[in-house]
Design a protein around this ligand. Structure first.
Ligand SMILES: [Zn+2]
Length: 305
């Protein structure tokens, strides 16, 4: 008989459970979300706290301790998880309260998606196995923002999440985790035991972001600089720099706080031909979506690039 892997013990019945379990396999008591539990181990919490204290002291020595704390507090109090998607995907979610968002792996399993570019697909898989071993299919990816707008690489429509629908099941990671794996070039054994202090529970996102940005904070850093410290679009889109948010489980239109559509006002609007007809069609789709959002009581905003 195989020996069970007793990563955790159910507080209700004492049965062994694995880190990836959400419900106790013996009594089905809810054990918490595995990505959040992973951030609550003593090693992770102590490492992040030590890094945060070290960063704060370093900034105090440089005369920008207050600015460090202000950025940390701004992220903690005002940042939201956002996700960028194309219009069609937003429309599907908004059109039915019974439609939920499918994660990348759920879409692959359902045959509704093909793997992404080979290298990124491999890196994504490595990062997901390292961070979410046994439960990666349940994780949706978002990013932290202070403006509710991120990179338009994945679409020009942004959903900002209602904190109360995700805060208990979300964790945050230092940066794009696939990019992190590429950059650090970990060995297989390093991937199985990633460095500590790179991830945090939702309520520690301010600490993680400020620690990450410590060297960019100066005595002239002010409130206007905070959005750019938290999110940088990069040059190609895929190289955007952000704090990644990992949300466990399904979400739907009622998880959404607001929708922001980013338009490129620098591009002249076509007045004739096929491009003009396409623009007219898109404007009609946008108006229809706006109407649906209005019916659901979800605020809608336009923003310019
Ligand atoms: Zn139990």
């Amino acid at each position: 008989m195989p020996t069970p892997v007793a990563d955790i013990v159910c507080p209700a019945c004492g049965a062994p459970a694995q880190l990836s379990d959400v419900g106790c396999p013996a009594c089905d008591k809810h054990l918490g979300y595995p990505n959040v539990r992973a951030c609550q181990t003593s090693g992770e919490e102590a490492s992040l706290q030590a890094k945060y204290v070290g960063a704060k002291e370093e900034c105090q020595k440089r005369g920008c301790g207050d600015q460090f704390l202000q950025f940390s507090e701004a992220v903690q109090e005002n940042s939201r998880a956002i996700i960028g998607r194309p219009l069609g995907e937003i429309d599907r979610l908004v059109s039915s309260e019974r439609d939920v968002h499918g994660t990348y792996y759920q879409m692959l399993d359902a045959g509704l998606k093909l793997p992404d570019d080979e290298e990124w697909s491999r890196l994504r898989h490595q990062a997901d196995e390292a961070l979410f071993s046994g439960y990666h299919k349940h994780i949706s990816f978002a990013l932290l923002s202070l403006t509710d707008v991120g990179s338009t690489y994945y679409g020009s429509w942004f959903l900002a999440f209602r904190a109360d629908t995700i805060e208990g099941r979300s964790s945050v990671f230092l940066e794009n985790s696939a990019w992190h794996v590429k950059k650090c070039n970990y060995t297989s054994s390093e991937l199985r035991d990633m460095p500590k202090g790179l991830r945090a529970v939702w309520d520690d996102r301010g600490k993680l972001a400020a620690t990450k940005r410590m060297s960019d904070i100066t005595e002239t850093t002010c409130e206007q600089d905070h959005p750019g410290l938290l999110f940088s679009p990069g040059e190609q889109g895929w190289d955007a720099d952000f704090v990644e948010v990992h949300i466990y489980g399904p979400w739907n239109v009622h998880s959404v706080e607001k929708v922001v559509h980013v338009t490129n006002t620098a591009a002249p609007a076509p007045t004739t031909g096929r491009a003009a007809r396409a623009a007219k069609g898109k404007a009609a789709e946008t108006a229809a979506l706006q109407q649906k959002l209005g019916d659901l009581g979800i605020p809608y905003e336009e923003a310019c690039l």
